[in-house]
Design a protein. Structure first.
Length: 170
């Protein structure tokens, strides 16, 4: 150490306790930089353990809130949980890309087949999801503008508010 410490370990511990282990807030409370508080936590294991304890409590609280949201059926929470903790069961972004590629291939095969039934989408959301799959060379219909705006035989149009249908029905 270069000189006398400005704060006692007790003062830093008190500030960390008052700020629930958040280093930057504790530094503001003490009137010093965050680097000073970090140096104290590196130097004194008791302070390091204090910060780790508060961090663990925060993570536990976040996991409890996530669990509550998952049990309530919140889509964002279910998706987050499966993407982060359901990888061992096949819930990964990569699997999603593989599914999208299979859907794209099926849509293209159906559109190339002259006897295939037309694809009917009921909402702008469905159109937004399906239109990127249709944008490829080889005679596949393409959109002339934003989904729901084009009124050509090769595009899409609005038949009624909120609905998007093939152009020939418009």
């Amino acid at each position: 150490m270069a000189g006398k410490q400005r704060y006692t370990v007790g003062q830093v511990a008190e500030a960390l306790d008052a700020c629930k282990g958040l280093i930057y807030l504790a530094a503001r409370r003490l009137g010093c930089t965050s680097a000073t508080v970090i140096n104290y936590t590196n130097r004194y294991p008791a302070l390091r353990e204090q910060v780790a304890e508060f961090h663990g409590r925060r993570v536990d609280a976040a996991e409890a809130a996530l669990d509550k949201a998952v049990l309530a059926g919140e889509p964002w929470a279910v998706l987050f949980l499966l993407r982060t903790q359901g990888k061992d069961r096949g819930y990964t972004a990569k699997a999603g890309l593989e599914v999208a590629e299979r859907v794209r291939q099926r849509v293209v095969e159906e559109l190339v087949d002259a006897d295939a039934a037309p694809i009917v989408v009921r909402t702008r959301g469905e159109a937004s999801a399906i239109l990127p799959l249709l944008e490829c060379p080889g005679g596949i219909p393409e959109v002339t503008g934003r989904p729901g705006a084009g009124v050509t035989r090769r595009g899409w149009c609005d038949a009624r508010p909120g609905a998007v249908t093939p152009a020939e029905e418009c």
